[in-house]
Design a protein around this ligand. Structure first.
Ligand SMILES: NC(=O)c1ccc[n+]([C@@H]2O[C@H](COP(=O)([O-])OP(=O)(O)OC[C@H]3O[C@@H](n4cnc5c(N)ncnc54)[C@H](OP(=O)(O)O)[C@@H]3O)[C@@H](O)[C@H]2O)c1
Length: 286
């Protein structure tokens, strides 16, 4: 049985739905912290295990009868390294055969401007140190996050971000979830690192051009100065920590941290991942 954590989240649900296409529901378990959010999974016949990353006892209980665990990264950036360690420790204690983790692709993690990324690589190390069979999925920045960065009114406002002409090999979260499920079912537990990226890297200039084409409205990209951009966010009432994080993401993009292209996603999907234009058409309903 495979236990998928973060199962009430967007990536977790995609993974489970893809697993279900090729595996019986009683071979799949979902770790959820709020059972009421998992009614749909329960209806599908998925084993629901209640627990959370802070509670080692519940994690060990949730892993009873489980052979493999997919650990989907948690959302609490301050606590998640310890939380992920708790999941690894529980997996080891219970004796699961393998653990997989959703990490991040970065060209040079030691030079990231976005310190919250480092927790992913600390988790990778914890998994390697555990001695468990494992698979690491290094996911590129979700294409789905573009709307968070450019804003919902992008067709009116255009795009102004401190990302220079940096590029991102954007891929849809749904493509990554499908690929992860395929890899898990194909037995990808042999200390493998997958880099899940799109087949092409795109700048925000490309994002603006694709939105222009899809909407028939001219959308311009203007690179912004990081300090001025951060000051504007603060003026709008964005908390300092969030503003710093956004600038960190953009600085990494500007520095080429997100532009690596790997064939892994396409290979695991058995088809080309969505292009920027296909993704934006769906995400912006154009
Ligand atoms: N590559 C990227 O661009 C990118 C972008 C955003 C996020 N991420 C990372 O990828 C992960 C998955 O993405 P997503 O879009 O599926 O996020 P999401 O929709 O926010 O789902 C996160 C899942 O993790 C669960 N979770 C969080 N903290 C937990 C804890 N302490 N114990 C147990 N479960 C916990 C949440 O449970 P609840 O439903 O109870 O909240 C939810 O099921 C995120 O958590 C984040 O680390 C990557």
């Amino acid at each position: 049985m495979i236990l998928v954590t973060g199962a009430t989240g967007q990536l977790g649900k995609t993974v489970i739905h893809q697993l279900l296409k090729n595996a019986p529901a009683d071979n799949i378990a979902a770790l959820v912290r709020d059972e009421t959010k998992a009614a749909d999974l329960k209806d599908l016949g998925i084993n629901i295990r209640v627990g959370h990353y802070d509670d080692s006892v519940l994690l060990e209980q949730a892993m009873q009868g489980v052979e493999r665990v997919l650990l989907i990264a948690g959302t609490n950036e301050d606590r998640r390294v310890q939380q992920h360690q708790n999941v690894v420790n529980a997996a080891k204690k219970v004796g699961v055969q393998g653990i997989a983790y959703t990490s991040r692709t970065l060209k040079d993690a030691s030079n990231t401007a976005n310190k919250l990324m480092l927790g992913h690589f600390q988790t990778e190390d914890a998994i390697k140190d555990s001695g468990l069979s494992h698979a690491i999925f290094r996911n590129v920045l979700y294409m789905d996050t573009i709307s968070n960065f450019v804003g919902e009114k992008v067709l009116e406002t255009g795009i102004s971000l401190p990302a220079g002409q940096g590029q991102v090999a954007f891929a849809l979260r749904s493509d990554m979830g499908e690929a992860i499920a395929n890899a898990l079912l194909a037995g990808a537990w042999n200390q493998t690192i997958y880099k899940l990226t799109g087949s092409k890297a795109y700048s925000f200039e490309d994002v603006a051009a694709a939105l222009t084409k899809l909407s028939n409205r001219e959308v311009k990209y203007t690179p912004a100065d990081p300090a001025a951009f951060a000051a504007k966010m603060l003026e709008r009432g964005v908390p300092e920590i969030v503003a710093g994080r956004v600038v960190g993401f953009m600085t990494d993009i500007k520095n080429g941290q997100e532009d690596e292209i790997s064939p892994d996603l396409e290979q695991l999907l058995g088809r080309k991942p969505a292009t920027l234009e296909q993704g934006l058409k769906m995400l912006f309903k154009l």
